[in-house]
Design a binder for this molecule. Structure first.
Ligand SMILES: [Zn+2]
Length: 131
């Protein structure tokens, strides 16, 4: 694995979720759930890749005995942004499932938002119950 100065998020970034223009403008309409789910799926995949990359990067730095904090911070910043968008998507999907009534996305007992399909809490590592 080669170390690169900066991540290149554009290459793999999922397509923007902007709805196609031209449709009759419905004010504050939720994007179609299918579109939200597609974005969520690609973001979850991207997140998995980024987490693996980050792990690989750490091991590489350990091997070289040269920790580059700026690199780690860059990657973590990107991951945090990605996760923020995932939380947003969960909220939108929950809202569309309850037909517009805003409902909170699922949360772990520790208060951290849970991502769809997650088996463990991202923050505390608790196993997610199958409810
Ligand atoms: Zn938790």
């Amino acid at each position: 694995m080669r170390l690169r100065r900066a991540p290149q998020p554009a290459e793999e970034a999922p397509q923007s979720s902007a709805p196609p223009p031209g449709r009759a403008a419905v004010r504050r309409a939720l994007p179609p759930p299918g579109q939200l789910r597609r974005e969520r799926r690609s973001l979850l995949q991207l997140r998995e890749r980024r987490l693996r990359d980050l792990g690989g990067l750490m091991v590489e730095m350990y091997r070289r005995d040269q920790f580059r904090q700026d690199l780690i911070v860059d990657r973590c910043t990107e991951l945090a942004t990605l996760e923020e968008r995932l939380v947003e998507l969960e909220t939108l999907l929950a809202a569309s499932a309850s037909r517009g009534r805003i409902r909170e996305a699922a949360r772990c007992e520790c208060g951290a938002p849970l991502f769809w399909g997650a088996k463990f809490c991202n923050q505390c590592g608790r196993a997610v119950s199958a409810t």
